[in-house]
Every structure is written in structure tokens, then in C-alpha cells.
Ligand binder design. Structure first.
Ligand SMILES: NC(=O)c1ccc[n+]([C@@H]2O[C@H](COP(=O)([O-])OP(=O)(O)OC[C@H]3O[C@@H](n4cnc5c(N)ncnc54)[C@H](OP(=O)(O)O)[C@@H]3O)[C@@H](O)[C@H]2O)c1
Length: 251
């Protein structure tokens, strides 16, 4: 549960939130799944539903015939992008930085995994998607802008939810005019109540359909800490631990 807009943080056994932020956990889902969903899956949903030609909602078949590039597919949001895009019928390509993360992105469901530190990733992606990628879900826009534009199809969308690494972004206006690029920057908290509600409904359907499992075998290792070690949990996140950090509030 996110702390944004509330005076207290997330490590609490009981809390009060506005009703529209409380979503019933489907019976099929474990608490581990529930704790892993909130921000990453809703962010991934937004990233996949802002293209000019849709879809606005996700369900099986909604992304049939589309190619999605999930940058950093071993990350928490990247993992959810892969799972939701796959559930909705897309061909999913993911970039990763090495073999261990490749294994995770594949376990999450990516059809193709490309090491962005080796060879020419644009050439490899174009081999898979000669007409280009429809939607890029981007975690590091500054670092990946050249790659994204090299593989984006005309009128494709770059959905940007972070700029990890902090590299500045410099746009070639003419290149983007010619490509009719759609850049959509997104953060959940200002996406608006309609987008958040649609995302919660679709993500719940994906959970009921078994499309959003977590854990190492599904590409998202869970790293657990008891409540009294919450500071260690924060340190793990800050040090870039691979996977999802969970705090067990009850023993
Ligand atoms: N906009 C929003 O609403 C929203 C919501 C949630 C999270 N975020 C932000 O999104 C970012 C990721 O969050 P997360 O929870 O998914 O973090 P995470 O689990 O740490 O994953 C980040 C992933 O990005 C990858 N990465 C970093 N640089 C990359 C590059 N140049 N190319 C491809 N992949 C790259 C990392 O792998 P390698 O280092 O191995 O490449 C890692 O797998 C954070 O900055 C977070 O604050 C934004």
C-alpha cells in the first residue's frame, strides 16, 4: 500500500485509506501477491493503455498483434509489464543487463529477452519485430531513448514511468515528428481516479486468471523482512535488491 497523500508510511498492521484506494484481494490471490501488486501492476497497466490507438483497458486479446518492449523486465514494474502484456495477448520483448535477469524475465513470460549491454540490441529487436515495437514501457528513458526510437514503429508509444540512472533526455524534434512518437509520462498518483479504477479492475481480473504470480519461479524473487527489521527492508530496496521486498507485519 502506498503512503502517498497520507501522513504515515506503509509499515503498519492497521491503517485507514480513502475507499477508492482499498481494492478487495481476489480469493485466488495470496497475501504475497496482494502485497506485490499495488504500485507495480497498476503502473504497468497505465503504461500499456496510453497508446493512441488503444487499448484503454486490458483483457485477454486486448493487445493481440501488438509488440511490447518491457525495458528492465527483471524489475518489479517490468515484471508486471511482461505479465500483463502477455495476458493481454502481446508479443513481449524484454531488455535485461545479464543472464540472471534474463532468466527472471523469461520466467515472468517474456517471449524474447535481449541483453542491452551486449551487441546491438536494436538490431536484435528489429529481427523479432521488423515493423517495430508498438509500446515501450520505459524505466530509464535517458539511457534508452536512442534504442527506443530505433525500434519504435511509426505512431508508437513510449510510456515512461522512470528515468533510472538519471541520464538527461535530449529530444531530436524532427526525428520524433517524422515518427509521430507518442511520449506518455506517468505516475500513478496523478493518473486520475478513472485510470486507477480501470487499472484496479483489470488487474484484479488478471489475478483471478492466474496471470500475475510472484516468487522466484515466476520471475520476481520475494525478499522478506519482519516488521521490526523494516529499516533493513528499506536498505535492501535502496541497494537495488533484485525482486520484491515484503515486510511481514505479523509473525
Ligand atoms: N511512475 C510510477 O508510477 C512508478 C511506479 C513504480 C515505480 N516507479 C519507478 O520505477 C523505477 C523502477 O521501479 P521498480 O520497483 O521496478 O525497481 P526495480 O525492481 O529495482 O527494477 C528496476 C529495473 O530497471 C532495470 N534498469 C535500470 N536501468 C536500465 C536500463 N538502462 N535499461 C533497461 N533496464 C534498466 C534494472 O535492471 P538492470 O540494472 O540490471 O538493468 C532493474 O531490473 C524506480 O525508479 C521507481 O521509483 C515509478
Amino acid at each position: 500500500m502506498a503512503a502517498a497523500g497520507r501522513p504515515t508510511g506503509t509499515a503498519a498492521e492497521f491503517t485507514v485509506v480513502p475507499a477508492d484506494r482499498a481494492v478487495p484481494l481476489p480469493d485466488e490471490a495470496s497475501f504475497d501477491v496482494g502485497a506485490s501488486l499495488g504500485v507495480p501492476a497498476l503502473t504497468a497497466h497505465r503504461a500499456l493503455t496510453v497508446a493512441e490507438d488503444g487499448p484503454r483497458r486490458l483483457q485477454p486479446g486486448a493487445l493481440d498483434g501488438r509488440v511490447v518492449l518491457a525495458a528492465g523486465g527483471a524489475g518489479a514494474v517490468g515484471h508486471a509489464v511482461i505479465q500483463l502484456a502477455r495476458w493481454a495477448g502481446a508479443t513481449v520483448i524484454s531488455t535485461v543487463s545479464g543472464p540472471e535477469k534474463a532468466r527472471l524475465a523469461t520466467a515472468a513470460g517474456a517471449h524474447h529477452v535481449i541483453n542491452y549491454r551486449e551487441g546491438d540490441p536494436a538490431v536484435e529487436i528489429r529481427k523479432i519485430a521488423p515493423d517495430g515495437v508498438d509500446i515501450v514501457a520505459e524505466v530509464a528513458l535517458g539511457a534508452n531513448l536512442a534504442l527506443d526510437l530505433a525500434v519504435l514503429r511509426t505512431r508508437g508509444t513510449i510510456s515512461t514511468y522512470a528515468n533510472d540512472g538519471g541520464k538527461p533526455v535530449e529530444l531530436d524534434v524532427l526525428q520524433n515528428m517524422v515518427l509521430n512518437t507518442r511520449f506518455q509520462f506517468l505516475v500513478l498518483y496523478t493518473a486520475g481516479p478513472e485510470a486507477r479504477a480501470a487499472a484496479a479492475t483489470d488487474v484484479a481480473a488478471a489475478v483471478r486468471g492466474g496471470a500475475l504470480p510472484v516468487g522466484e519461479v515466476h520471475g520476481l524473487p520475494l525478499v522478506r523482512f519482519p516488521l521490526n527489521c523494516t529499516a533493513d527492508a528499506h536498505r535492501a530496496v535502496e541497494s537495488g535488491v533484485v525482486g520484491k521486498v515484503l515486510v511481514d507485519v505479523t509473525p
